[in-house]
Design a protein around this ligand. Structure first.
Ligand code: SAH
Ligand code: SF4
Length: 405
């Protein structure tokens, strides 16, 4: 038998929803060629436990060897087959030939002044680049994970949106980002990381739209949740979406109570459509209905992300409109002053305007908090490091003497 990693063979309805999302193909400037169907080579971390066991057996070794390998990967965070000292060499050689265990290559790593935020730009095997961030708080160590290289959704205030979509990440590439920081935390002697031996929380708020890569997202989530994997509680994970309604409805049906965050950013269709092109496809009324159904089904609150862009969506009137939209809903609003994006003239709201916005929202009884992004000095909003690096490379290339024909 040959084990196929064509994950997933999705049921018909899901396949249809996924095809519809891929077909959205929103207009965007300077986009990389849309290559969402490109598939990089499989790696060991793409296997779930059942698949790994099948491969080990197929190679002629007993099933318990899969359990040993699993322990090396997810309890000891091995970065190389060579570390798996209690496994037979022929098995490791055969497995390595079939599915390499290549950790992600670090291109740039930036640490914020206080040492509490660590942002990494990774290069994948096919040259695609993605970003992840580790944020240390007194009570938790949170990793912000990317689910796509780039993003097709084209939100105007987002650095990743400027890139366009390169491709979906494989489940193993999502898992690798977290393993990178698990390795760092379990071995570092940095003072800032003291007391944090493990990654405790995950937010799927890095590059890309998680619900557009639904199957690999869930394959990774199950790995993080698996008691023999990273053993992370479902409630410690938060998936953020721009509002892909059919996938939100699927999300509500999943068996693990992973938190859901919705990127709302505006309370009327005209304004939201001007900031988030996807709103033309899934307008606010449809999105809100999906959220209400999700709350009713799951009995869990929804988080709404509201990025405050100076002079655009941050007026007291906009706050009142948001208050009216969300009144009575089991929810929480995160207000996030926009992080500056290279090449964009849009700016985050001033402290005063943030306060005034928050006060209006509070008058409507909407639970809320202001989240200042950690690590502004290292371009912590995802996509910024990549956009900045690309811009620097272009500049350098422009300075190269041109060859004359
Ligand atoms: N695609 C998903 C998840 C990744 S973006 C989504 O849109 O929800 C994660 C969050 O960062 C979203 O709420 C997004 O709107 C927000 N965001 C993007 N660019 C930002 C910026 N420049 N400043 C502040 N927040 C930003
Ligand atoms: Fe994509 Fe989210 Fe950025 Fe919009 S905000 S472009 S959905 S990553």
């Amino acid at each position: 038998m040959t084990v196929s990693l064509e994950v997933n063979n999705p049921p018909e309805g899901l396949a249809r929803d996924l095809a519809a999302i891929e077909a959205l193909n929103l207009p965007r400037k300077d986009a990389l060629p849309l290559a969402a169907s490109r598939k990089p080579r499989q790696t060991l971390l793409d296997y779930d436990f059942g698949e790994l066991t099948a491969v080990v057996k197929e190679l002629g070794f007993p099933a318990f060897r899969a359990k040993q390998i699993w322990g090396w990967l997810y309890q000891k965070f091995a970065a190389d087959y060579g570390e798996m000292s209690n496994l037979p060499r022929p098995l490791l050689e055969k497995l390595a030939a079939k599915a390499p265990l290549a950790p992600l290559e670090v291109v740039v790593e930036k640490v914020a002044g206080d040492g509490q935020t660590r942002k990494v730009l990774f290069r994948l095997a096919d040259g695609a680049e993605i970003e992840s961030v580790l944020m240390l708080y007194p009570d938790r160590a949170t990793v912000c994970v990317s689910t796509q290289a780039g993003c097709a959704m084209g939100c105007t205030f987002c650095a990743t949106g400027q890139l366009g979509l390169f491709r979906n990440l494989q489940a193993g590439e999502i898992v690798q980002q977290v393993l990178h920081f698990e390795r760092y935390l379990s071995t570092t002697e940095d003072e800032a990381a003291m007391g944090h031996k493990r990654v405790s929380n995950l937010v799927f708020m890095g590059m890309g739209e998680p619900l557009a890569n639904y199957l690999n997202l869930w394959k990774a989530i199950r790995r993080f949740h698996d008691p023999d994997g990273l053993n992370m509680g479902a409630r410690k994970m938060t998936v953020s979406t721009v509002g892909l309604v059919p996938m939100i409805r699927r999300f509500a049906e999943e068996d693990l109570p992973v938190n859901l965050a919705i990127s709302l950013h505006a309370a009327n269709d005209t304004l939201r459509g001007s900031m988030l092109p996807i709103n033309h496809r899934f307008p606010i009324a449809e999105l809100m209905q999906a959220c209400r159904d999700y709350i009713e089904k799951s009995n869990r609150r929804v988080s709404f992300e509201y990025t405050l862009v100076d002079g655009q969506n941050d007026s007291p009137a906009a706050a009142r409109e948001l208050g009216r939209l969300l009144q009575g809903m089991l929810c929480h609003v995160n207000l996030i002053p926009m992080n500056p994006v290279p090449g964009s003239s849009q700016r985050g709201s001033t402290g005063e305007r943030v306060k005034a916005f928050q006060a209006e929202l509070t008058r409507f009884g909407i639970p809320n908090s202001v989240r200042f992004e950690k690590g502004r000095d290292i371009q912590a909003a995802c996509g910024q490091l990549k956009v900045e690096k690309d811009a620097a490379e272009l500049k350098r290339a422009a300075k190269q003497p041109q060859e004359t024909l």
